[in-house]
Design a binder for this molecule. Structure first.
Ligand code: FMN
Length: 154
C-alpha cells in the first residue's frame, strides 16, 4: 500500500503562508491546512520542522494565510520548492504588508492574519493552531491541490 498516495486522495487547497523576521519576508506553499474551530475562528497549518517557515512562526507567533486562486499556480511553484534560507522568495513578487507587517499577495481567494495559539510538534511536522485575527475574501475560485501537477515524479 502506498500510504502517501492514500493521503493524496484527501481533497486539499493550495495556500501561501507568509512570515517575517525583522525586515525580511518569506512565503511558503502549503497544502496541509484545515479549519479547527468556529469560536474563535481558528485554523491549523502543518509545517515540516526543518522549514524556515516553522522557525519564523515560532519566533514571531503570527503568520498570514492566503487561499490561492485557480490561476495562482506560478506563485505556488515559486514558493513551494526553495527554502527562504537559501533564496529571497519575496523578491520579485507582488506583495504588500498587512497587519503585524505580515506579507500578503493580492488576488487570492482569501487572506487571513493568524495569531498562533497552540504549537504541537508531531514527528517531522509542527502543527500550528492559530486564531484568525482579521481576513478578507473574494469570489475567486480556490485552487485544488493536485500532486500530479506539483510533484509529478512521486
Ligand atoms: C503544492 C505544495 C504544497 C506543499 N505543502 C506543504 C505543507 O503543507 N507543509 C509543508 O511543510 N511543506 C509543504 N510544501 C513544501 C514547502 O512549500 C517547501 O519545502 C518550501 O521550500 C519550504 O520553504 P521555507 O523553508 O522557506 O519555509 C508544499 C509544496 C508544494 C509545491
Amino acid at each position: 500500500m502506498d500510504k502517501m498516495k492514500c493521503m493524496d486522495k484527501i481533497p486539499q487547497g493550495v495556500f501561501l503562508v507568509g512570515t517575517k523576521m525583522g525586515n525580511n519576508y518569506n512565503f511558503m506553499t502549503a497544502a496541509f491546512v484545515t479549519q479547527i474551530s468556529f469560536n474563535p475562528c481558528s485554523v491549523g497549518v502543518s509545517i515540516a520542522n526543518a522549514h524556515y517557515t516553522s522557525e519564523l512562526i515560532k519566533a514571531e507567533g503570527y503568520f498570514s494565510l492566503m487561499v490561492l486562486a485557480e490561476d495562482q499556480g506560478l506563485e505556488a511553484k515559486k514558493c513551494g520548492y526553495l527554502s527562504g534560507r537559501k533564496a529571497d522568495k519575496a523578491k520579485g513578487m507582488n506583495y504588500y504588508l498587512a497587519e503585524h507587517n505580515l506579507p500578503v499577495i493580492p488576488n487570492t481567494t482569501t487572506t487571513m492574519i493568524c495569531k498562533v495559539k497552540k504549537t504541537i510538534i508531531y514527528e517531522d511536522h509542527t502543527f500550528f493552531i492559530a486564531e484568525i485575527e482579521s481576513g478578507e475574501y473574494s469570489e475567486e475560485e480556490p485552487m485544488i491541490y493536485d500532486s500530479n501537477i506539483f510533484f509529478p515524479s512521486k
